[in-house]
Design a protein. Structure first.
Length: 135
């Protein structure tokens, strides 16, 4: 849709102006993050207009659980980063692996419904059996 595209494309001129003013390179990402809620709201309003999309159900069923798991999943990486500063590659790689494993574990245990959890387990076990038969 054209309205969302205008918001997406407006990130470039705003970022360019801020870069010209001497702001650091991270500002492009920050500008994008500032425009993203407007794009999401615009898309939801258009969906509601043309298809009867329930914004309230979307907020309660998608955004609130997403926010809840984002907060839970960010605790361990934040603590690791705070107490173990990455001045070399070794700690950075270890922190990344630990963060990925904890986020995957938290999502697998708490966020996935039972039927999806069973599908993931059966998929992984079928792949492990396949690798054992190859040897």
């Amino acid at each position: 849709n054209i309205t969302s595209s205008i918001f997406y494309l407006s990130v470039f001129p705003v970022s360019y102006l801020l870069f010209k003013m001497g702001v650091g390179p991270l500002v492009g990402y920050c500008v994008y993050l500032c425009f993203t809620p407007f794009i999401l709201i615009c898309d939801m309003l258009i969906l509601r207009k043309y298809s009867g999309f329930s914004i309230k159900a979307f907020v309660y069923n998608v955004l609130f659980p997403l926010l809840k798991y984002a907060v839970i999943c960010s605790i361990i990486p934040f603590v690791l980063n705070y107490f173990w500063p990455a001045l070399e590659w070794g700690p950075t790689i270890i922190k990344t692996v630990v963060s990925v494993l904890t986020v995957a574990g938290i999502i697998f245990i708490f966020a996935l419904p039972d039927n999806m959890r069973k599908k993931v387990i059966s998929f992984v076990t079928s792949k492990l059996r396949l690798s054992k038969n190859v040897k």
